[in-house]
Every structure is written in structure tokens, then in C-alpha cells.
Design a protein around this ligand. Structure first.
Ligand code: FUB
Length: 327
């Protein structure tokens, strides 16, 4: 029987995978990635090359066991409102149900967030007939807090259309803030008890520096681009995300799930390929970072591979920076 690949190596090689959202469900680690298509079409800043059409679920029993691919758990053709591009998903468990949250373009080409349900973490997932009302942009990440409240974080620049939602309604072609103005933040909203709708209008999250000044749009080393993930450690909420143009993962912390979050530093230095996108999960006593790069395709931006590595905290709660290509 195959063993788990080593840290910083592709988790699977029979398909291209990206955007891994890892969770511990039923004592195992389940990974909900995007499934990249193996095509040779054009590559642009709108992200047209990310033309994904379905989702697979991966799982590992522990860090010594092989990866199981549970196969296709949801296809674009089963989602009545979606027209294309099944981008980064996440999963959550509540009400004895597993929920898969995912972005896709609707019939007008606008990114929305959908939800599908299953009785098993390995799916298959049954989509709701329409997208979540009031949802927009990409990269949903759902955090269920200790009090059982579930928050959905989302948003991405450029092809993810967040700039076009600054006023709360969709303004095609709208640009982001000037470089000396506060950067756009991810959005957060409380989910309804049944996890199928938003309980409130999404709020913008503020990310500030140690002096409380907002991170500016021109500060590409620190400003939010896409791929939010929230986890809790020692009573603090950690918001981690991708800087996009700098190809790094960074994080900020807060005492409150909706922030403001104080910027802390880099988690992962630049990867091979344009995007990286991640999740952070505790399994038994250790913490792990799941992320992706394009090493499996030798650098093709939309043919990515999911990887993992151990993540360590310093005594003051800061995260030790990880190098994706240790020598
Ligand atoms: O996988 C498509 C998009 O690329 C995701 O939604 C982004 O986070 C980036 O990884």
C-alpha cells in the first residue's frame, strides 16, 4: 500500500489539485481541493485558465497512511445556477450535515458562492438550487467557532471581482482603491443556523499594522489578495491569506472573528507558480499547513498540486515562517 508523500511533495499526482481546505472530520483529515483541468488554453489576469468543472475529496487517516481520492463529488452540470469555473471550496460540519461551500460564475458571469450538502465528509454533495443570496466574489472559508456560530469569509481581487463590489452592488469594471488608500479587505458574514444563507450583510474586514494603521492597497507584501482562512489558537483568531502578486501566505490576528486583524508576518515564502492558497489544521497534537504550488507541472499556473507541511508557533503565538523548498 502506498504511503503518504513526504512534506512539501505533491499529495497526489494522478490529477492536478489546488486550494486545499483541510479539516478533521470523523477522526481523519479530509481535504477539499480545487480540481485543475489539464488544458493548454490562454493564461490571463482574469483567471480564465482556472476553468475547473468538478470537485474531488481527498482524505488521509493519519500522517503515515496513503491518500485516498474519493472521486468526483460534485460536477458543474449538477449546479443549476452556475455556468463555469468551480474555484476554491471549503467544507464545514454542523447539524449532522457536511456542507461544501464553493464559488462559481452565475449565468451572467458574476462570481457567487454556492453550498451543497452531504451526509458523509467524502460526499457526494447535493447542491442547493440557487447561489447563497447576497453572496459574491470567491474563495469561501467557513469557520465554526466554539459557540457553534459559523462565519463565512470570502473575497478575491482581479478575476475574483472583489473590486467590483466596493459599493455593495456589482459595478462591472470598477477598479480597486488608489495605492495610498486602505486596501480592500476580505468579507465576513454570520451564516444562518441551517448554513444555507447569510444572517447579515457581509462586512469588510480591516487589516491594520501594529500601530493600528490600515494596510494600504499599494503594500503588496501585506495587503489582502485572496484565499482567506481563519483558525483559532490560544483564544486568538488567525486570519491568513494570499498576497497574490507576491506569491506568499501571510497572517494577521484578532480577539474577534470579524477583526480588526493586526498584521503579523509571512507564513510561507514564494512558491513556484502564480497562486498559492492554503488551510491550517490541527491534527492530534500538531498543526499543519496545506498549500499548493505548480511544481508538478514545472510551473504551469493552472496545473497545480496540493502539499502539506508541519506548522510551528513561537511561544508568543507568532507563526514560524515556512520555506516551501527546504534544502
Ligand atoms: O483556483 C482558482 C483560484 O486561484 C482560487 O480561487 C484562488 O484562491 C487561486 O488559488
Amino acid at each position: 500500500m502506498n504511503q503518504l508523500p513526504k512534506p512539501n511533495e505533491p499529495l497526489v499526482t494522478h490529477i492536478y489539485t489546488a486550494d486545499p481546505s483541510a479539516h478533521v472530520f470523523e477522526g481523519k483529515i479530509y481535504i477539499y481541493p480545487s480540481h485543475d483541468l489539464d488544458h493548454n488554453g490562454p493564461d490571463n489576469d482574469n483567471g480564465d485558465q482556472y476553468a475547473m468543472e468538478d470537485y474531488h475529496v481527498l482524505s488521509i487517516e493519519n500522517f503515515e497512511s496513503p491518500v485516498i481520492d474519493h472521486g468526483q463529488v460534485l460536477h458543474l452540470s449538477e449546479i443549476p445556477w452556475a455556468s463555469q469555473q468551480l474555484w476554491a471550496p471549503d467544507a464545514a460540519y454542523k447539524n449532522n450535515t457536511y456542507y461544501l461551500f464553493f464559488p462559481a460564475r452565475d449565468r451572467e458571469g458574476v462570481f457567487r458562492l454556492g453550498v451543497a450538502t452531504a451526509s458523509s465528509p467524502a460526499g457526494p454533495f447535493t447542491p442547493q438550487p440557487d447561489y447563497i443570496p447576497g453572496s459574491f466574489s470567491i474563495d469561501p472559508a467557513v469557520f465554526v467557532d466554539e459557540d457553534d456560530r459559523a462565519y463565512i469569509y470570502f473575497g478575491g481581487l482581479w478575476g475574483g471581482q472583489l473590486e467590483q463590489w466596493q459599493t455593495g452592488t456589482f459595478r462591472p469594471g470598477a477598479e480597486g482603491p488608489a495605492l495610498d488608500q486602505p486596501a480592500l479587505g476580505p468579507r465576513v458574514a454570520l451564516l444562518s443556523e441551517d448554513m444555507l444563507s447569510l444572517q447579515e450583510v457581509p462586512q469588510e474586514i480591516s487589516i491594520v499594522d501594529e500601530e493600528g494603521n490600515p494596510i494600504l492597497a499599494g503594500d503588496e507584501d501585506r495587503r489582502y489578495f485572496e484565499g482567506p482562512w481563519v483558525h483559532k489558537y490560544n483564544g486568538y483568531y488567525y486570519l491568513s491569506y494570499s498576497t497574490g502578486t507576491k506569491h506568499t501566505l501571510v497572517y494577521a490576528v484578532s480577539k474577534h472573528p470579524a477583526g480588526p486583524f493586526t498584521f503579523k508576518g509571512e507564513i510561507l515564502s514564494p512558491v513556484i507558480g502564480w497562486t498559492t492558497h492554503h488551510s491550517i489544521v490541527q491534527f492530534e497534537e500538531k498543526w499543519y499547513l496545506f498549500y499548493h504550488d505548480s511544481s508538478l507541472s514545472e510551473g504551469v499556473n493552472h496545473k497545480r498540486c496540493v502539499k502539506y507541511t508541519e506548522l510551528h508557533y513561537n511561544p508568543d503565538g507568532t507563526i514560524q515562517k515556512i520555506h516551501p523548498y527546504p534544502s
